[in-house]
Design a protein around this ligand. Sequence first.
Ligand code: FES
Length: 509
Amino acid sequence: MRRVITFPLPCGGAGYCGGCAVRVLSGMLSEPTREESLTKAFKQGYRLACQARILGDVEVELIKVAPMATVSGVMPEIPLDPVIAKFRNGDMALTRALRRPSISFESLGFRENGSLLGLAIDLGTTNISGALLDLESGETLVEGFVRNPQISKGADIITRLEFALEGELEELKSLAISGIEELAYKLSEASGVGVEEISSVAIVGNSVMHAFLLGLDVETLAKAPFRPSIKHWTSGPLSEIGFQKLGDAWALIPPPLEGFVGSDALADLITLELLNVRRPSLLIDLGTNSEVLLLTEEKILATSAPAGSAFEMNVPSGVGGVRGGITRVRMRDGVFEIEVQGEPLGFTGSGLISAIAEMLRNGVISHNGRIVEGEDIEVTRGPLGPIKLTQLDIREVQKSVAAVYSAWRILLEKFSLETTELDAIYMAGTFGSNVDPEDAIQIGLLPDTDPNRVVSIGNAALSGAKVLLLNKKSREIANKIISEVIHVDLASEPSFKEEFVRGTFLQRR
Ligand code: FES
């Protein structure tokens, strides 16, 4: 008998959330993929329905995995030793803490009747993602995201920096706070607890988001050599920086690494470290500000690439990651086939990359990005009219690809490494994790390698923020990572311009 069983696919089948776990009772499945082997579900003996292929008759038991990870990524296993909220009247205030080089956990007092709820936040340029944690059991109760309200002041960090320098830093700070509080409220409501019960909050983000949140002077980030405002851990009650609903919660805010490479990249690295990944490998977190890190036995090279917002939504045909966003495009006999949930409205970032890659394969656009026939290309029709890939879409993606390409090229050159020597390329971030590796390789966004070496790890920054709350010793791991990192300022590299120009060509490399 043939029966179609529908699975929940919280991460869309990218293979990092473990939400589609099954227990195999009999029969054979294909070898686990790299994504699958990194998940907790796999380590507990389950297989992932979105990754495994059936090799004959198979009997499986569907596992009801409690709250699904929807916005975070692969989660390493760590012993539970949580940071529990802890302050009493008279404890060190955050405003004073900002002027201190470091505060140890031991210096924090226990709060009377403190609850055991923690909130992990990844403060992104476009989205703010969060996870509400039960610190007693280590379970994630609920996850979600909101748009960063700072978008009203500019889609990218450069525009927002200019805004801050014009005297509007306070406004950016209060927008960040309102976004985090809105998310906290949303997550609390979804899990039936009060916002005021959240006692510990770990917040990671890029260097600019970090400075805005803490209301720090951004002068040093606005001009070469682009240094973060502070480089030490900060912690204290959130009321001290203007939070209201979360004012009583204790904040733990790791330092940015260097330049625009923030504590979100540090959190990515914490996750990878705890997953014991092999080196050398690349870690790429794609976003408006993309971080590219090369992990070698000796050191970690880190840089950031201003990829712009083409990957996220800011192109004429982009709609972002919404229902109706086309996620994949293929051509068969000259006809476009699309993957989309619901009626098509436009392209997601991964759909845009997929469309461009497929048109390159089929000679519809050339390697210099020009549409061969000169006209915008109609891919499909939606309820609002034809959906076209335009020349402007392609040009914007070319610039984003060039930024990321030049970053990994320059880092590999520094250690004289060939792409063939990389054990794996870890794709972090919700967008990066959903890009088809074949498509990304086709347009030169990623090195030309075996697509099986490209491993999606989801929002590993949010996972790293969770780790910081769940185990105090993770801070030691973080400090060890910080000591290994060497920052590379792309703009001051002699080969940058040449690599950038080469990167605008859409081809395998
Ligand atoms: S849907 Fe299979 S791991 Fe996320």
